[in-house]
Design a protein around this ligand. Structure first.
Ligand code: 48F
Length: 264
């Protein structure tokens, strides 16, 4: 076979554009392909919910590949291990209730499972705004190439529509901050705004994370570290069980909301 450079270019461009256009109308749009966003995408796609993630970085995984202080291991507790077992990620028990996994195996496996379940992940595309429609409900995301914002180029964005948005942007809780900036103190927090994460306390942080994973504004949910940042709960470092459980809970809630929206 003779290899034609132009055929390679056409194959990539056509295939990508088809997928990108298809992602312009989704059930759930997720900002951020860290562990919580990709876990949510996996469970949503498994339930048959049309899901796309937009990740501004070149690579997926957020804070997970770096493990703890660049030692590429993560720790999960028993509940988190159940999810890693489902993903078929290898773990070893360090002490009763503390399981260790390779952070690279974990990230690559969750990413692969999410895509194989049917979720679409777009890297190098950042979320720079939200779509706001009747009743101020969040109705989608406004996207731009990361390269454009990094180069500070004045390039107008494109938009996608979704029935639900999940802010899984980690410590920055970027999407909730955008909503606060554009609509005001309307989030379901004590202050109505993003309260900001508190200092490290894994025990409390992990528990609060599950509680904080919920809808914070019509059409907008928080998952992962964004949930603790929004509700003013502690950070927790390189224990990741909560991120996985938060992603799963976010998927369950989002799927319910989407199914109600579709029925009405
Ligand atoms: O930070 P990140 O890994 O969030 P997470 O899923 O997990 C948190 C842990 O990694 C760790 C921790 C464990 O105890 O505390 O920090 O909650 O992943 C967030 C992803 O969102 C992307 C960012 O590049 C990262 O990959 N992101 C952030 N802002 C945007 C974004 C944005 N505006 N648009 C698109 N992606």
């Amino acid at each position: 076979m003779q290899i034609d450079d132009i055929t390679i270019s056409k194959a990539i461009t056509e295939s990508f554009m088809k997928s990108f256009i298809d992602a312009m109308e989704v059930d759930v749009a997720i900002a951020g392909a860290g562990p919580s966003g990709m876990t949510a995408a996996y469970y949503l796609a498994k339930m048959g919910v049309k899901t796309a993630i937009f990740e501004r970085n070149l690579r997926v995984g957020g804070g997970m590949p770096g493990g703890g202080m660049m030692f590429n291991r993560i720790v999960v507790q028993d509940e988190g291990k159940n999810i890693l077992d489902e993903f078929e990620v290898q773990t070893t028990e360090y002490q009763k209730g503390y399981h260790i996994a390779d952070s690279l195996e974990t990230v690559s496996t969750i990413c692969s499972k999410a895509i194989k379940a049917g979720a679409k992940i777009f890297n190098l595309i950042g979320v720079e705004d939200v779509l706001i429609r009747e009743d101020d409900r969040i109705a989608g995301l406004v996207l731009n190439w990361s390269a454009a914002s990094l180069a500070k180029l004045h390039v107008d964005p494109l938009s996608i529509r979704s029935k639900m948005v999940i802010d899984a942007t980690g410590h920055e809780s970027d999407i909730c901050r955008i909503v606060e900036r554009k609509i005001g103190a309307v989030l379901q927090t004590k202050t109505g705004g993003v309260m900001g994460e508190k200092s490290m306390w894994a025990e409390v942080g992990e528990k609060m994370l599950i509680e904080n994973t919920k809808e914070v504004y019509p059409g907008l949910m928080v998952a992962g570290m964004a949930a603790n940042a929004v509700f003013g709960s502690p950070r927790m470092g390189a224990i990741f069980g909560g991120m996985l459980l938060s992603g799963k809970k976010a998927a369950d809630i989002a799927a319910q909301i989407v199914s109600k929206a579709t029925a009405s």
